[in-house]
Write a protein that binds this ligand. Structure first.
Ligand code: AGP
Length: 615
């Protein structure tokens, strides 16, 4: 997922664009570039590597103006290099374009353009766009029309922004399919465009989000939106509730660290305004679900990817225990290829922090086409998932910048708890007294989270990081509702420290993985005092009997576990359905400290992007 930032207005554009790209660097970063209109000519600066390389280049070759367009790239076609970095120019240098997404038919387009004598200077699919723009521009009535015509030739998801020296007062953006967001920020006599909110939030909170098949003409006076067919569209202006500070790191070393430690607040925020604790009722305003339709469901299918899929595995326990509806979970990337049995009595629940994960969006489309009622639990405002859902539960956890998802995981678990209660209410699957008890349990959760995230116990994590940062493999074991937490803990460790880690159902150890156990394979075991505690103890004993090393996540006050495990991290006791929100926290902190110890790029792990908008 690439980062795009553009500006048109009275102020110097270069620093505005570069600062915006810095806030988006987590999205994709193997090259970066900027195009600036200066004295009627477009000047391009771009370089391979991180944004810091572009900043150094600009220091050597400064350029400024009032119209600029920048890009940080996560390579899909063409290796990370200066030549493949965006923006890309046409032969005249008078038109430039940046893109997010993929031109699936770029080979045939490239061949037909080359047959017309057009020379290509990069290996990218994006370059076909700027040459098509140049061809269409001469016949069109301006850049906006040239963009509309060009988008008609492209196959695959694309979000583009273009500018030309012939029209020095505007940018033109367009969106096709699910290629990541296009946010247009409306300032006072100036206008911004970005692929994500944090890039421009410090300048304005008033934003318009482009939808699939739309083109936007962006000038300092505002934006005009049209369909690809040229019909005017009245765009909805959103007021973004996030403050710029919440998008900045503050006193934390990494965004991931900040986001780990703000989970008591983010869980509070996702509950706020949605619960009547006295009446034992949940109100999810954007769910748009009638009691009749809620009572019609005979199954729930959860679709998501990565961490969000693991949150869905926890949600299965919550929805079945509270709403009493059979629930299954599937990866977005698998769901649509198995011809799933879906109908009007299915509730399809998508969980997606970014709201732009293409596999999850495609699964939603599959469900909708087969008649399901589609609900998304989503964090990013104005995202595609929110737009195409019948009902939405916003996470309200503020911008999650770190590529490794943390607060979005815990808030999406809590949102599924709320959804389960809302469904139970509509279907009368559990009585008001039981609902009041479950809500009362929820009311205590933020305080318990705060106890686990006490920075005063950081020495424990630093000690574990010092001991274990050099190991090459880890096994994470969990059982019951904590099995998904073992999967999530393994994912956190592997994606930011690059240590191989595998999450496994503890009961499955004897069916193979126990052959792996030796002193080189640390085992993290989630052994809180719940209904499978005794089983977990015997699993720990099996590991110890084979000279394994055990790091246990245990309940406070459990004296026994210390006699079994080599290292113990405790969490407060909590009702069984809420323990996963607590047991995941030590695993987030452990992964973070090990990655920091290894000098890893915690917020921008290699090969990863915050939102995966390519299949
Ligand atoms: C989690 O740490 C990863 N960054 C990744 O697995 C992520 O959860 C997945 O790509 C889904 O993203 P989404 O929630 O934005 O759809």
């Amino acid at each position: 997922m690439c980062g795009i930032v553009g500006y048109v207005g009275p102020r110097p554009a270069t620093s505005i664009v570069v600062n915006g790209l810095q806030r988006l660097e987590y999205r994709g970063y193997d090259s970066a570039g900027i195009a600036v209109l200066h004295e009627d000519r477009i000047h391009v600066r771009r370089d391979a590597g991180k944004l810091s390389n572009l900043i150094a280049l600009l220091a050597q070759q400064p350029i400024d103006g009032n119209l600029a367009l920048g890009h940080t790239r996560w390579a899909t076609h063409g290796r990370p290099s200066q030549q493949n970095a965006h923006p890309h120019s046409d032969a005249s240098g008078e038109i430039v374009v940046v893109q997010n997404g993929i031109v699936e038919n770029y080979r045939e387009l490239r061949e037909s353009l080359q047959a017309e004598g057009i020379e290509f200077r990069s290996e990218t699919d994006t370059e076909v766009i700027v040459h098509l723009l140049a061809l269409n521009y001469s016949a069109a009535g301006g850049l906006a029309e040239a963009v509309r015509k060009t988008m008609g030739h492209l196959k695959g998801p694309s979000a583009i922004v273009a500018m030309t020296s012939r029209e020095p007062d505007r940018l033109v953006a367009a969106r096709l399919g699910n290629a990541g967001g296009v946010a247009i920020g409306l300032g006072d006599g100036e206008t911004f465009v970005a692929s994500d909110i944090p890039a421009i939030l410090e300048h304005t909170r008033r934003m318009v989000f482009l939808e699939d098949g739309q083109v936007a003409l962006i000038t300092r006076d505002g934006v005009q939106v049209e369909t690809l067919a040229g019909q005017a569209v009245k765009p909805e202006i959103h007021l973004i509730p996030w403050d710029p500070i919440s998008a900045a790191k503050g006193e934390f070393r990494h965004f991931m660290q900040k986001e780990i430690f703000e989970q008591a607040r983010s869980v509070t925020d996702t509950i706020r305004g949605r619960v009547d604790f006295d009446a034992g009722e949940v109100v999810l305003g954007q769910l748009n679900l009638s009691p009749e339709r809620a009572r019609s469901f005979n199954r729930i299918v959860i679709v998501a990817c990565g961490t969000s899929a693991y949150a869905g595995l926890v949600g299965k326990f919550l929805l079945e225990a509270i709403a009493r509806i059979p629930t299954e979970v599937d990866y977005g990337s698998e769901f649509r290829y198995r011809d799933p049995i879906i109908d009007e009595q299915t509730l399809l629940l998508a969980i997606t922090q970014s709201g732009e994960t293409v596999d999850t969006l495609a699964a939603m489309e599959e469900g909708r086409n087969k008649g399901a009622f589609v609900v998304s639990i989503v964090n990013s405002i104005g995202s595609q998932a929110a737009r195409v859902s019948d009902g939405v539960i916003t996470m309200h956890c503020g911008p999650e910048i770190g590529v490794a998802s943390t607060k979005a995981f815990t808030t999406s678990v809590v949102d599924q708890y709320l959804l389960a209660l809302a469904l139970a209410q509509a279907r009368d699957s559990i009585g008001p007294a039981h609902r009041r008890r479950l809500l009362n349990d929820l009311a205590h959760l933020p305080r318990l989270i705060g106890q686990v995230l006490d920075p005063n116990d950081n020495a424990l994590y630093l000690d574990l990081a010092e001991r274990f940062h050099g190991y090459r493999n880890f096994l994470f074991l969990g059982r019951g509702i904590n099995y998904p937490i073992a999967l999530e803990g393994a994912l956190k460790l592997k994606e930011i420290s690059y240590i191989h880690a595998e999450g496994y159902p503890a009961g499955e150890m004897k069916h193979g993985p126990i052959a792996l156990i030796d002193r080189e394979m640390p085992v993290v075991a989630i052994a809180v005092q719940d209904s499978v505690y005794d089983k977990m103890i015997s699993q720990i004993e099996q590991v110890k009997a084979r000279s394994g090393i055990v790091i246990a996540v245990a309940s406070e006050g459990d004296e026994f576990i210390a006699s079994k495990a080599d290292h113990v991290i405790t969490v407060p006791s909590a009702p069984p359905l809420l323990t996963p929100v607590l047991s995941v926290l030590p695993l987030q902190r452990l992964a973070y400290e090990i990655a920091v110890w290894r000098g890893a790029d915690v917020d921008q792990p290699r090969n990863l992007a915050k939102s995966v908008t390519v299949e």
